[in-house]
Design a protein around this ligand. Structure first.
Ligand code: BES
Ligand code: MN
Ligand code: ZN
Length: 478
């Protein structure tokens, strides 16, 4: 446990941290009168004014014990909001380790959710393959007089975010489709949702040929993972979630160059996002019915690989000319979408997918692309993202883009022209949702941080986006 709430001061911690705004630094009463005076002098001498992310440390002798006393600044109170307070806390706490006693100078800013979440994020590391591991760890005991809920949402979501990160960071040799299925079964038991696994034969019977073509050449066989959570037996409304689950994407015969391939274990980021959403929905016991589908597989090469020029018949009967085997995600999603709207009969569907490099060209690494056939639904999801340090942006879906997918041999092709690549992909997916309300989230940029990223300690998996999907489900009426 990296975080717990406590009701009163105790003098057996390694470090004492006070969070303060620049309006007025009110020193805590656990400091003796003399120490308060001393601290005030040190603060003045160092011209410390608790500006955002500013920090000061001092060593004091309090109750005959030597203590490290640290103040972390948040800047002006009126400039604080849910997003920047997270960032400033993160910046202030990220290099502190040990048992920390933490309190707020401004009682009204005391937000258990945010602080718990930040601590959990700071402690995340994927060090499984390092022979020398860092042992330091931040453990926060948090002084609050507020009533503490049994489940602190921010903390639970942060822990789930770390599960999502672990799934994405794990190498493809370990996290195969089978392993992803097995881990999902375990998570289902732990968090409280049902998991059904469909093997290749069952997928064949269902006619999921577009998906199975992508999976064909890989040594690691494909598995469809179906998750069901019934939180409201009285309601007939079921939310649908679909995640792209490519445990590795070599590009297939349209092989990727090494540099682009290097991080392609992240190509099940959409699956991890939606599995994380299921964990959150079940953990927080939302009164909703949610079904989630991941058609997991690996896009590999070999004598049995599908080829550019092949024509596939998808589960919904539409034919697709493969013009590039590296546009595989949409082929797997096509059948996953058909499966969830036709077999599971969900009332609406959200998919998350590391679908196109083009979305990173358009929006960068910190913004998720939103595509939809229902603007109202998209708006609600974008609104939900504003609760978190997450950024979503809606992209165009004009039918004019459809001409880019024309094929002389089949109903459509899977690639289209280079320009407008992310919308071409989304227009392709739209062909597989029938009339169902649908939002597609292109997370190729946001699932993975290639370098310095202010809110994450390690580069690699970011573990974001699922929080927004969870918030959307939580706040929605149905
Ligand atoms: N998995 C990739 C997209 C991707 C790129 C994810 C970078 C994360 C980071 C996807 O399968 C892909 O290869 N897309 C192609 C589509 C193209 C062939 C039409 C792309 O973006 O180049
Ligand atoms: Mn690809
Ligand atoms: Zn891919």
């Amino acid at each position: 446990m990296s975080f717990e709430c406590i009701k009163k001061y105790e003098d057996n911690y390694d470090k004492y941290v006070l969070i303060a705004t620049s309006d007025k630094i009110v020193l805590p009463d656990y400091l003796s009168k003399e120490n308060k005076k001393l601290a005030e002098t040190i603060i003045k001498k160092n011209k410390f004014t608790a500006k955002s992310s500013e920090k000061i440390s001092m060593t004091l002798v309090n109750n005959k014990k030597i203590i490290d006393f640290i103040i972390i600044g948040l800047g002006e109170k009126k400039k604080l909001d849910a997003k920047n307070i997270r960032q400033y806390l993160f910046d202030g706490l990220k290099n502190i380790t040990g048992n920390v006693f933490l309190s707020f100078a401004n009682k009204d800013l005391d937000d258990i959710d945010v602080i718990a979440e930040v601590v959990e994020h700071i402690n995340y590391k994927f060090d499984k393959y390092l022979s020398k591991k860092k042992e330091e760890f931040l453990k926060v005991s948090y002084l609050t007089d507020k009533k503490v809920p049994k489940l602190i949402e921010g903390y639970e979501l942060a822990k789930i975010s770390n599960i999502v990160k672990d799934l994405v960071n794990e190498q493809a040799e370990v996290l195969t489709p089978k392993e992803l299925a097995d881990r999902t079964v375990k998570l289902g038991k732990e968090f409280g949702f049902d998991v059904e696994i469909l093997d290749e034969k069952k997928a064949q019977k269902l006619g999921m040929n577009a998906y199975l073509s992508v999976a064909r050449a890989a040594h690691h066989r494909p598995y469809v993972i179906v998750m069901r959570y019934k939180g409201d037996a009285k309601s007939k409304y079921t939310y649908g979630l679909v995640g792209k689950g490519l445990t590795y994407d070599t590009g297939g015969l349209s092989l990727k160059p090494t540099d682009s391939m290097l991080t392609m274990r992240c190509d099940m980021g959409g699956a991890a996002t939606m599995i994380g959403t299921m964990c959150a929905v079940a953990k927080m016991k939302l009164k909703k019915n949610v079904t989630c589908v991941v058609a997991a597989c690996e896009n590999s090469i070999g004598p049995n690989a599908y080829r550019p020029g092949d024509v596939l018949t998808a589960m919904n009967g539409k034919t697709i000319e493969v013009t590039n085997t590296d546009a595989e995600g949409r082929l797997t999603l096509a059948d996953a979408l058909t499966y969830i709207v036709r077999k599971e009969k969900v009332n609406e569907v959200i998919d998350a997918a590391t679908l196109t490099g083009a979305i990173m060209i358009a929006l960068g690494e910190d913004v998720t692309g939103v595509f939809t056939n229902d603007d109202k639904m998209a708006k609600k999801i974008i609104d939900a993202s504003e609760n978190w340090n997450e950024y979503f942006w809606q992209m165009p879906m004009f039918d004019i883009y459809k001409k880019n997918l024309k094929s002389p041999y089949a109903d459509m092709q899977n690639t289209g022209v280079r320009w407008g690549g992310s919308t071409n992909a989304a227009k392709f997916l739209e062909e597989f949702v029938d009339e169902t309300k649908w939002v597609h989230l292109d997370i190729a940029g946001t699932a993975w941080a290639s370098g310095a990223n202010p809110y994450y300690t390690q580069k690699g998996a970011t573990g974001q986006v699922f929080r927004t999907v969870y918030s959307y489900l939580k706040d929605n009426k149905n």
